[in-house]
Ligand binder design. Structure first.
Ligand code: ADE
Length: 356
Protein backbone atom coordinates (compact mmCIF):
# COMPACT_ATOMS: atom_id res chain seq x y z
CA UNK A 1 0.00 0.00 0.00
CA UNK A 2 1.30 3.44 -0.72
CA UNK A 3 -0.04 6.81 0.21
CA UNK A 4 0.40 9.01 -2.81
CA UNK A 5 1.68 12.00 -0.85
CA UNK A 6 4.21 9.93 1.02
CA UNK A 7 7.69 11.37 1.17
CA UNK A 8 9.39 8.27 -0.16
CA UNK A 9 7.07 8.07 -3.18
CA UNK A 10 7.68 11.71 -3.86
CA UNK A 11 11.42 11.23 -3.94
CA UNK A 12 11.18 8.45 -6.52
CA UNK A 13 9.50 10.68 -9.12
CA UNK A 14 11.76 12.99 -11.17
CA UNK A 15 11.15 16.64 -10.18
CA UNK A 16 9.41 17.66 -13.42
CA UNK A 17 7.21 14.55 -13.38
CA UNK A 18 5.84 14.89 -9.87
CA UNK A 19 2.19 13.95 -9.62
CA UNK A 20 0.14 17.02 -10.55
CA UNK A 21 -2.38 16.03 -7.90
CA UNK A 22 0.05 17.16 -5.25
CA UNK A 23 1.45 20.50 -6.24
CA UNK A 24 4.89 21.18 -4.75
CA UNK A 25 4.89 24.73 -3.48
CA UNK A 26 6.38 27.00 -0.87
CA UNK A 27 5.16 24.79 1.95
CA UNK A 28 6.81 21.68 0.51
CA UNK A 29 9.47 21.65 3.19
CA UNK A 30 6.87 21.83 5.94
CA UNK A 31 4.81 19.14 4.27
CA UNK A 32 7.79 16.82 3.94
CA UNK A 33 8.61 17.34 7.60
CA UNK A 34 4.99 16.68 8.52
CA UNK A 35 4.88 13.59 6.31
CA UNK A 36 7.90 11.97 7.92
CA UNK A 37 6.49 12.34 11.43
CA UNK A 38 2.89 11.56 10.51
CA UNK A 39 1.56 8.47 12.31
CA UNK A 40 0.37 5.83 9.86
CA UNK A 41 -1.76 3.62 12.15
CA UNK A 42 -4.40 4.04 14.87
CA UNK A 43 -1.90 2.70 17.41
CA UNK A 44 0.57 5.50 16.72
CA UNK A 45 -2.05 8.23 16.23
CA UNK A 46 -2.37 10.02 19.58
CA UNK A 47 -5.59 11.74 20.72
CA UNK A 48 -9.10 11.98 19.17
CA UNK A 49 -9.85 8.83 21.15
CA UNK A 50 -13.64 8.71 20.69
CA UNK A 51 -13.34 9.40 16.98
CA UNK A 52 -10.68 6.69 16.55
CA UNK A 53 -12.94 4.11 18.24
CA UNK A 54 -15.86 5.01 15.95
CA UNK A 55 -13.64 4.85 12.89
CA UNK A 56 -12.23 1.44 13.86
CA UNK A 57 -15.79 0.08 13.96
CA UNK A 58 -16.68 1.72 10.64
CA UNK A 59 -13.62 0.17 9.02
CA UNK A 60 -14.30 -3.30 10.47
CA UNK A 61 -17.92 -3.14 9.28
CA UNK A 62 -16.89 -2.08 5.77
CA UNK A 63 -14.35 -4.94 5.64
CA UNK A 64 -16.99 -7.47 6.76
CA UNK A 65 -19.41 -6.21 4.12
CA UNK A 66 -16.59 -6.10 1.56
CA UNK A 67 -17.74 -2.63 0.60
CA UNK A 68 -15.86 0.68 0.48
CA UNK A 69 -16.21 3.00 3.46
CA UNK A 70 -18.98 5.59 3.44
CA UNK A 71 -17.90 9.08 2.46
CA UNK A 72 -16.45 10.89 5.47
CA UNK A 73 -16.26 14.56 6.40
CA UNK A 74 -13.80 15.84 9.02
CA UNK A 75 -14.08 19.36 10.29
CA UNK A 76 -12.26 21.44 12.86
CA UNK A 77 -9.45 23.99 13.19
CA UNK A 78 -6.27 23.55 11.11
CA UNK A 79 -3.40 21.40 12.36
CA UNK A 80 -5.46 18.86 14.33
CA UNK A 81 -4.66 15.95 12.01
CA UNK A 82 -7.45 15.66 9.45
CA UNK A 83 -5.09 14.71 6.61
CA UNK A 84 -3.11 12.43 8.92
CA UNK A 85 -6.28 10.64 9.97
CA UNK A 86 -7.29 10.13 6.33
CA UNK A 87 -3.88 8.50 5.74
CA UNK A 88 -4.37 6.28 8.80
CA UNK A 89 -7.81 5.21 7.54
CA UNK A 90 -6.31 4.29 4.16
CA UNK A 91 -3.52 2.30 5.81
CA UNK A 92 -5.88 0.51 8.21
CA UNK A 93 -8.35 -0.26 5.39
CA UNK A 94 -5.53 -1.45 3.13
CA UNK A 95 -6.29 0.91 0.23
CA UNK A 96 -4.46 3.71 -1.56
CA UNK A 97 -5.24 7.38 -1.03
CA UNK A 98 -5.03 10.32 -3.42
CA UNK A 99 -4.65 13.65 -1.71
CA UNK A 100 -5.72 16.97 -3.18
CA UNK A 101 -7.35 20.21 -2.11
CA UNK A 102 -10.34 22.17 -3.44
CA UNK A 103 -8.32 25.15 -4.74
CA UNK A 104 -6.40 22.69 -6.99
CA UNK A 105 -9.70 21.56 -8.57
CA UNK A 106 -10.52 24.83 -10.29
CA UNK A 107 -11.42 23.53 -13.77
CA UNK A 108 -13.95 20.73 -14.47
CA UNK A 109 -11.16 18.67 -16.00
CA UNK A 110 -9.22 18.73 -12.72
CA UNK A 111 -11.95 16.97 -10.78
CA UNK A 112 -12.93 14.72 -13.72
CA UNK A 113 -9.28 13.71 -14.17
CA UNK A 114 -8.80 12.79 -10.56
CA UNK A 115 -12.12 10.89 -10.34
CA UNK A 116 -11.27 8.91 -13.47
CA UNK A 117 -7.85 8.03 -12.12
CA UNK A 118 -9.30 6.32 -9.04
CA UNK A 119 -9.12 2.55 -8.56
CA UNK A 120 -11.87 0.54 -6.86
CA UNK A 121 -11.96 1.05 -3.08
CA UNK A 122 -9.44 3.89 -3.21
CA UNK A 123 -9.78 6.98 -1.01
CA UNK A 124 -9.94 10.47 -2.46
CA UNK A 125 -9.04 13.12 0.12
CA UNK A 126 -10.12 16.69 -0.63
CA UNK A 127 -8.78 19.27 1.78
CA UNK A 128 -10.51 22.64 2.26
CA UNK A 129 -13.58 21.12 0.62
CA UNK A 130 -15.68 24.19 1.49
CA UNK A 131 -13.74 26.00 -1.25
CA UNK A 132 -14.95 23.70 -4.03
CA UNK A 133 -16.65 25.68 -6.81
CA UNK A 134 -20.25 25.03 -7.93
CA UNK A 135 -19.27 23.20 -11.14
CA UNK A 136 -16.91 20.84 -9.30
CA UNK A 137 -19.62 20.21 -6.69
CA UNK A 138 -22.17 19.33 -9.40
CA UNK A 139 -19.69 16.87 -10.92
CA UNK A 140 -19.07 15.34 -7.51
CA UNK A 141 -22.74 14.70 -6.59
CA UNK A 142 -23.47 11.74 -8.93
CA UNK A 143 -19.90 10.51 -8.43
CA UNK A 144 -20.41 10.32 -4.67
CA UNK A 145 -23.96 9.04 -4.77
CA UNK A 146 -24.07 6.55 -7.65
CA UNK A 147 -20.46 6.39 -8.87
CA UNK A 148 -20.82 7.87 -12.33
CA UNK A 149 -19.89 11.02 -14.22
CA UNK A 150 -22.11 12.82 -16.70
CA UNK A 151 -19.92 14.24 -19.45
CA UNK A 152 -21.12 16.35 -22.36
CA UNK A 153 -19.58 16.27 -25.83
CA UNK A 154 -20.26 18.40 -28.92
CA UNK A 155 -21.72 21.89 -29.17
CA UNK A 156 -25.24 23.43 -28.91
CA UNK A 157 -27.62 21.26 -31.01
CA UNK A 158 -25.29 18.30 -31.30
CA UNK A 159 -24.52 18.14 -27.60
CA UNK A 160 -24.54 14.61 -26.20
CA UNK A 161 -24.36 13.42 -22.61
CA UNK A 162 -22.14 10.50 -21.88
CA UNK A 163 -22.55 8.58 -18.64
CA UNK A 164 -19.19 7.27 -17.46
CA UNK A 165 -19.16 4.71 -14.66
CA UNK A 166 -16.59 5.17 -11.89
CA UNK A 167 -15.11 2.60 -9.55
CA UNK A 168 -16.57 2.62 -6.04
CA UNK A 169 -14.41 4.98 -4.02
CA UNK A 170 -14.54 6.77 -0.68
CA UNK A 171 -14.37 10.54 -0.49
CA UNK A 172 -12.85 12.01 2.65
CA UNK A 173 -13.45 15.75 2.83
CA UNK A 174 -11.77 18.04 5.32
CA UNK A 175 -12.75 21.56 6.23
CA UNK A 176 -12.03 24.21 8.80
CA UNK A 177 -15.43 25.74 8.02
CA UNK A 178 -18.22 23.17 8.08
CA UNK A 179 -20.76 26.00 8.00
CA UNK A 180 -19.56 27.09 4.56
CA UNK A 181 -20.21 23.71 2.98
CA UNK A 182 -23.32 23.69 0.80
CA UNK A 183 -26.24 21.67 2.18
CA UNK A 184 -26.39 19.21 -0.76
CA UNK A 185 -22.66 18.44 -0.47
CA UNK A 186 -22.80 17.99 3.31
CA UNK A 187 -25.79 15.65 2.95
CA UNK A 188 -23.81 13.31 0.72
CA UNK A 189 -21.37 12.42 3.49
CA UNK A 190 -22.44 9.35 5.45
CA UNK A 191 -20.16 10.13 8.39
CA UNK A 192 -19.40 13.61 9.74
CA UNK A 193 -16.91 14.15 12.56
CA UNK A 194 -15.42 17.10 14.36
CA UNK A 195 -11.78 16.98 15.47
CA UNK A 196 -11.15 18.35 18.96
CA UNK A 197 -8.24 20.32 20.36
CA UNK A 198 -5.68 18.07 22.13
CA UNK A 199 -5.06 18.07 25.87
CA UNK A 200 -1.62 19.00 27.23
CA UNK A 201 -0.95 15.33 28.07
CA UNK A 202 -1.83 14.22 24.54
CA UNK A 203 0.37 16.92 23.04
CA UNK A 204 3.24 15.92 25.34
CA UNK A 205 2.93 12.37 23.94
CA UNK A 206 2.92 13.74 20.36
CA UNK A 207 6.04 15.79 21.18
CA UNK A 208 7.89 12.80 22.70
CA UNK A 209 7.00 10.66 19.69
CA UNK A 210 8.22 13.33 17.24
CA UNK A 211 11.37 13.91 19.29
CA UNK A 212 12.05 10.16 19.15
CA UNK A 213 11.73 10.12 15.34
CA UNK A 214 13.95 13.20 14.95
CA UNK A 215 16.50 11.97 17.48
CA UNK A 216 15.89 14.87 19.85
CA UNK A 217 16.47 14.29 23.56
CA UNK A 218 13.64 15.60 25.74
CA UNK A 219 12.41 14.87 29.26
CA UNK A 220 8.79 14.67 30.47
CA UNK A 221 8.79 18.21 31.91
CA UNK A 222 10.31 19.63 28.74
CA UNK A 223 7.61 17.94 26.64
CA UNK A 224 4.88 19.28 28.95
CA UNK A 225 6.31 22.82 28.82
CA UNK A 226 6.15 22.83 25.01
CA UNK A 227 2.74 21.09 25.02
CA UNK A 228 1.16 23.70 27.26
CA UNK A 229 2.11 26.46 24.82
CA UNK A 230 0.99 24.61 21.68
CA UNK A 231 -2.64 25.80 21.54
CA UNK A 232 -4.05 22.28 21.62
CA UNK A 233 -2.61 21.67 18.14
CA UNK A 234 -0.13 18.90 17.19
CA UNK A 235 1.11 20.79 14.12
CA UNK A 236 2.16 23.67 16.37
CA UNK A 237 3.65 21.28 18.97
CA UNK A 238 5.75 19.60 16.27
CA UNK A 239 7.03 22.93 14.94
CA UNK A 240 7.87 24.18 18.42
CA UNK A 241 9.79 21.05 19.37
CA UNK A 242 12.09 21.66 16.41
CA UNK A 243 12.59 25.35 17.28
CA UNK A 244 13.27 24.54 20.94
CA UNK A 245 15.64 21.75 19.91
CA UNK A 246 17.67 24.25 17.82
CA UNK A 247 17.92 26.50 20.88
CA UNK A 248 18.87 23.60 23.18
CA UNK A 249 21.57 22.51 20.74
CA UNK A 250 23.10 25.94 20.21
CA UNK A 251 22.94 27.19 23.80
CA UNK A 252 23.21 23.94 25.80
CA UNK A 253 23.94 20.26 25.18
CA UNK A 254 20.87 19.59 23.00
CA UNK A 255 18.62 18.04 25.64
CA UNK A 256 15.24 19.76 26.12
CA UNK A 257 14.29 20.32 29.77
CA UNK A 258 11.50 22.48 31.21
CA UNK A 259 13.80 25.45 31.80
CA UNK A 260 15.30 25.33 28.34
CA UNK A 261 11.86 24.95 26.71
CA UNK A 262 10.49 27.91 28.66
CA UNK A 263 13.50 30.12 27.88
CA UNK A 264 13.33 29.25 24.20
CA UNK A 265 9.56 29.82 23.96
CA UNK A 266 9.94 33.17 25.73
CA UNK A 267 12.48 34.20 23.11
CA UNK A 268 10.03 33.07 20.40
CA UNK A 269 7.46 35.36 22.14
CA UNK A 270 5.03 32.54 22.71
CA UNK A 271 3.30 33.09 26.05
CA UNK A 272 1.96 30.61 28.65
CA UNK A 273 -1.33 30.29 26.72
CA UNK A 274 0.54 29.68 23.47
CA UNK A 275 -0.42 33.08 22.08
CA UNK A 276 2.00 34.66 19.61
CA UNK A 277 2.50 38.32 18.73
CA UNK A 278 -0.37 38.34 16.20
CA UNK A 279 -2.85 36.95 18.72
CA UNK A 280 -1.75 39.45 21.32
CA UNK A 281 -1.91 42.45 18.99
CA UNK A 282 -5.42 41.38 17.94
CA UNK A 283 -6.59 41.17 21.56
CA UNK A 284 -4.75 44.35 22.62
CA UNK A 285 -6.33 46.26 19.74
CA UNK A 286 -9.83 45.28 20.91
CA UNK A 287 -9.00 46.31 24.48
CA UNK A 288 -7.12 49.52 23.79
CA UNK A 289 -8.97 50.94 20.80
CA UNK A 290 -12.46 49.48 21.14
CA UNK A 291 -12.88 49.25 24.92
CA UNK A 292 -13.10 45.46 24.76
CA UNK A 293 -15.38 45.32 21.68
CA UNK A 294 -17.51 44.42 19.88
CA UNK A 295 -15.62 45.33 16.72
CA UNK A 296 -15.92 43.96 13.17
CA UNK A 297 -13.42 41.41 11.85
CA UNK A 298 -12.57 43.58 8.80
CA UNK A 299 -11.62 46.47 11.06
CA UNK A 300 -9.41 44.18 13.17
CA UNK A 301 -7.75 42.70 10.07
CA UNK A 302 -6.99 46.12 8.57
CA UNK A 303 -5.62 47.45 11.86
CA UNK A 304 -3.22 44.58 12.54
CA UNK A 305 -2.28 43.98 8.89
CA UNK A 306 -3.53 40.38 8.62
CA UNK A 307 -6.09 39.04 6.20
CA UNK A 308 -9.56 38.14 7.43
CA UNK A 309 -9.19 34.47 6.45
CA UNK A 310 -5.97 34.02 8.47
CA UNK A 311 -7.62 35.57 11.51
CA UNK A 312 -10.75 33.45 11.14
CA UNK A 313 -9.01 30.17 10.33
CA UNK A 314 -5.75 30.35 12.26
CA UNK A 315 -6.05 32.75 15.20
CA UNK A 316 -9.68 32.64 16.20
CA UNK A 317 -10.52 28.96 16.80
CA UNK A 318 -8.11 28.70 19.72
CA UNK A 319 -8.87 32.17 21.14
CA UNK A 320 -12.58 31.30 21.11
CA UNK A 321 -12.00 27.91 22.73
CA UNK A 322 -9.70 29.45 25.39
CA UNK A 323 -12.43 31.99 26.25
CA UNK A 324 -10.20 34.92 25.31
CA UNK A 325 -12.42 36.03 22.43
CA UNK A 326 -16.14 35.97 21.78
CA UNK A 327 -18.07 36.21 18.53
CA UNK A 328 -21.23 38.32 18.70
CA UNK A 329 -23.61 39.51 15.96
CA UNK A 330 -22.00 42.96 16.28
CA UNK A 331 -18.40 41.77 16.06
CA UNK A 332 -15.60 40.36 18.23
CA UNK A 333 -15.36 41.00 21.98
CA UNK A 334 -12.78 40.06 24.59
CA UNK A 335 -13.56 38.68 28.05
CA UNK A 336 -12.39 39.68 31.56
CA UNK A 337 -9.92 36.74 31.30
CA UNK A 338 -8.30 38.47 28.31
CA UNK A 339 -7.77 41.66 30.32
CA UNK A 340 -6.22 39.65 33.15
CA UNK A 341 -4.02 37.54 30.86
CA UNK A 342 -2.59 40.59 29.09
CA UNK A 343 -2.06 42.51 32.34
CA UNK A 344 -4.82 45.11 31.97
CA UNK A 345 -7.24 46.12 34.70
CA UNK A 346 -10.70 44.75 33.86
CA UNK A 347 -13.49 47.25 33.19
CA UNK A 348 -15.01 46.27 36.55
CA UNK A 349 -11.75 46.95 38.42
CA UNK A 350 -11.42 50.34 36.73
CA UNK A 351 -15.02 51.29 37.66
CA UNK A 352 -14.56 50.15 41.26
CA UNK A 353 -11.34 52.14 41.57
CA UNK A 354 -12.99 55.34 40.35
CA UNK A 355 -15.76 54.92 42.96
CA UNK A 356 -13.33 55.16 45.87
N1 ADE B 1 1.76 14.16 14.75
C1 ADE B 1 0.79 14.97 14.35
N2 ADE B 1 -0.39 14.56 14.82
C2 ADE B 1 -0.17 13.45 15.54
C3 ADE B 1 -1.01 12.58 16.29
N3 ADE B 1 -2.31 12.77 16.39
N4 ADE B 1 -0.43 11.53 16.89
C4 ADE B 1 0.89 11.35 16.78
N5 ADE B 1 1.72 12.14 16.12
C5 ADE B 1 1.20 13.18 15.49
Amino acid sequence: MSIIADDSDFEKIPKDKKNPIIKPDAVEFDRNFENCIRPKTFDTYIGQTALKETLKITIKAAKKREKPLDHLLFYGPPGLGKTTLAGVIAQETGVDIKITSAPALERPRDIIGILMSLQGGEILFIDEIHRLNKVAEEILYPAMEDFYLDMTTGKSQTVKTLRVPLPKFTLIGATTKAGELSGPLRDRFGIIHRLEFYTVDELAQVIKRTAGILDIEIDEEGAKAIASRSRGTPRIANRLVKRVSDYALVKYDGKITRDIANKSLDILKIDEYGLDTTDRSLLRLIIEKYDGGPVGIETIAAAIGEDVRTIEDVCEPFLLQAGLLQRTPRGRKVSPATYRHLGYKTKQQTTQQSLF
